[in-house]
Design a protein around this ligand. Structure first.
Ligand SMILES: Cc1ncc(COP(=O)(O)O)c(C=O)c1O
Length: 375
């Protein structure tokens, strides 16, 4: 657990509405540096923008020479391309009207190369027809199910080779490699995580050999998230792309579960005491509309100043704490909360305050928290 956060000067705190989200610029930059060091070279990174969703952070990556980026929504893809990304992977199988939106992205941003994932021939054929008609080329990564069982096709399934070969031949498409997301690998011990990744790897290699033997090259393998980042980072298999997202801002969920990772929480929610309804109680304005509510109730945030407070109630606009320190607090006092899960938390804010040397330096829009920007 992080023991403290950088200081925000009182004069700056007075200007911050609560609840609001802040990013500590030095911590953000340190996390980006650590990611680059772990990756070894900018060309090995394909960071996922789902955590921050902000153009300014993409621009920081672009300045560092990171050209490849990953997204989960069309709006995130659009935000990335508008911020200067040259190669954007939509790590989501487009279906329905999203097929047309992918084509519209490629038409609107010709300087950016777009790819999507696939695990079924029906949407693949629709994508091919639409891309060919619009005279654009969309990259396709085969979504390989290495055990998470969320999406993808099992590497042992003969249909995997057939589908990838199809992607290499259909008009308007380009076979771009494999997408290997293993969010189920959450072992706290780094050695155990490495062993789990090593165990799932031979099936991927076998699939790659079969696809290449069938005439479909596999130029890239987009692998993992934050927990398995160190595992893939030490591999030198050609074409490996490292796809962490959360560690850009990091959170207490990952900080606690994966102590080996060299990242620090760079974001917090600022909240104020709104009531002291009993001697041992403090009520804050950090309701479940202000911080992600997917972690279990009682563990949705961490308060560095009140590490042992019991998060007793959590309503839309209130969080009730039980703490023997309640008497130290008055209505209006500020507390900082580090979210357990930062990605859905940033999606709750239109903009975040960037804290530099204790002051609010600027505000950044969380552009792709919306489902649609223009496309
Ligand atoms: C497909 C995909 N890739 C990469 C990531 C990034 O993983 P993490 O949040 O662990 O950094 C995610 C996270 O949900 C994901 O769904």
């Amino acid at each position: 657990m992080p023991k403290s956060l950088p200081v925000i000067e009182t004069s700056a705190l007075e200007t911050l509405l609560t609840p609001s989200m802040v990013i500590f610029r030095d911590r953000l930059l340190a996390n980006l540096d650590s990611m680059l060091v772990m990756a070894g070279h900018p060309s090995r990174l394909r960071p996922h923008c789902k955590t921050h969703k902000m153009e300014q952070i993409v621009r920081l990556w672009v300045e560092q020479g990171v050209t490849k980026h990953k997204a989960a929504t069309i709006a995130e893809c659009e935000m990335l391309a508008a911020a200067g990304a040259k190669d954007v992977l939509l790590a989501y199988n487009p279906v329905g009207p999203n097929i047309g939106r992918v084509i519209a992205l490629a038409a609107k941003f010709p300087a950016c190369q777009f790819s999507v994932t696939t695990d079924h021939e029906k949407p693949l054929q629709l994508l091919s027809a639409a891309a060919a008609k619009a005279k654009v080329t969309i990259g396709v990564m085969l979504d390989v199910n290495v055990g998470m069982n969320r999406t993808g096709i099992l590497p042992s399934d003969p249909a995997a080779v057939t589908l990838y070969v199809q992607a290499s031949k259909l008009p308007g498409l380009r076979a771009a490699g494999f997408h290997i997301y293993d969010g189920h690998q959450r072992q706290t011990s780094l050695d155990d995580r490495k062993a789990a990744v090593a165990a799932q790897w031979p099936a991927v290699l076998e699939l790659q050999q079969k696809c290449e033997a069938a005439g479909a090259p596999v130029p890239a393998l987009a692998c993992g998230g934050t927990p398995t980042f160190p595992c893939y980072a030490e591999m030198d298999h050609p074409g490996i792309e490292l796809c962490p997202g959360t560690c850009v801002l990091h959170d207490t969920g990952y900080g606690t579960n994966f102590p080996d990772l060299p990242f620090e929480p760079a974001a917090a929610v600022v909240t104020r005491v709104v009531s002291r309804p009993a001697n041992d109680r403090v009520t804050l304005d950090i309701g479940n509309k202000a911080v992600a509510a997917d972690p279990p109730k009682g563990a949705r945030v961490f308060f560095p100043e009140l590490p042992d407070a019991v998060q007793d109630s959590h309503n839309e606009e209130h969080m009730g704490l039980i703490t023997p320190d309640a008497e130290r607090y008055q209505p209006g006092d500020v507390l900082f909360a580090i979210p357990m899960h930062i990605c859905p938390t940033s999606a709750l804010y239109d903009r975040v305050a960037i804290i530099d040397k204790g002051q609010v330096a600027e505000y950044w829009d969380v552009t792709s928290r919306n489902r649609k920007i223009t496309i």
